[in-house]
Design a protein around this ligand. Structure first.
Ligand code: SAM
Length: 199
């Protein structure tokens, strides 16, 4: 995947990732000590082909899966038709067009928040924090400011201090900064993985 691919379509990404394992970061957040179920509702932002949405449903969460790509939602619905326990709601929408999110005990955003336009990121992050119930958990990734694609006008990149500012007032369960070279299409990547809890 390159920044250019994301402009021309996500289908290749969904195909390349369809057999991958579930996000270890989400698995960690779902661990029994970390995550009380609260209202039982989870939101999967930028759900892609639905691997994590499916995990959540099978773990008996009611999930709202959101993605700007109708093809992603089509894939999610096809995937979860086979085996679901929780209830699935889907929404085709850009993050930038969402006014608010419904209350949730868990918000997951796997490799998707960096694709929110930087001008919209602060208000979108605020709506995520507002949606979390007290004790609720956000789990996801951000791209760092040394990522190869940094500066792309329709994306968001964060330095360590920016991430610390986003986490202010939240309990940080995990904050990991990783950086390296590689990937399906080789590039330099710089990423933050984080799990935070609303007090
Ligand atoms: C890198 S993929 C990650 C998909 C999935 N979460 C995963 O980990 O496999 C990013 C996803 O975010 C979606 N996306 C990108 N920009 C978006 C935006 N501005 N609003 C909503 N969804 C967006 C894409 O359609 C894509 O499905």
């Amino acid at each position: 995947m390159t920044a250019k691919d994301t402009e021309s379509g996500w289908e290749a990404f969904y195909r390349a990732n369809q057999d991958r394992a579930v996000s270890p970061l989400l698995r960690r957040a779902l661990g029994p000590e970390l995550l009380p179920r609260g209202n039982g509702h989870a939101i999967d932002l930028g759900c892609g082909a639905g691997i994590e949405t499916s995990l959540l449903l099978n773990a008996h969460w009611n999930v709202l899966a959101i993605d700007k790509e109708p093809e992603a939602i089509r894939r999610v619905e096809a995937l979860v038709a086979k085996s679901t326990s929780g209830t699935l709601l889907t929404l085709v929408s850009r993050f930038e067009d969402l006014d608010e999110l419904p209350p949730a005990a868990l918000v997951h955003a796997g490799l998707s928040l960096p694709f929110c336009a930087s001008a919209n990121f602060p208000s979108f992050w605020a709506s995520i924090v507002t949606a979390l119930e007290p004790g609720g958990v956000f789990v996801g990734h951000l791209f760092g400011d040394r990522h190869d694609w940094a500066g792309h006008p329709e994306m968001s990149f964060h330095g360590r201090e920016d991430v610390d500012a986003l986490c202010k007032g939240l309990e940080v369960e995990l904050l990991r900064e990783i950086e390296g070279d590689g990937g399906h299409v080789p590039h330099h990547w710089h990423r933050f993985d984080f799990i935070v809890r609303k007090r």
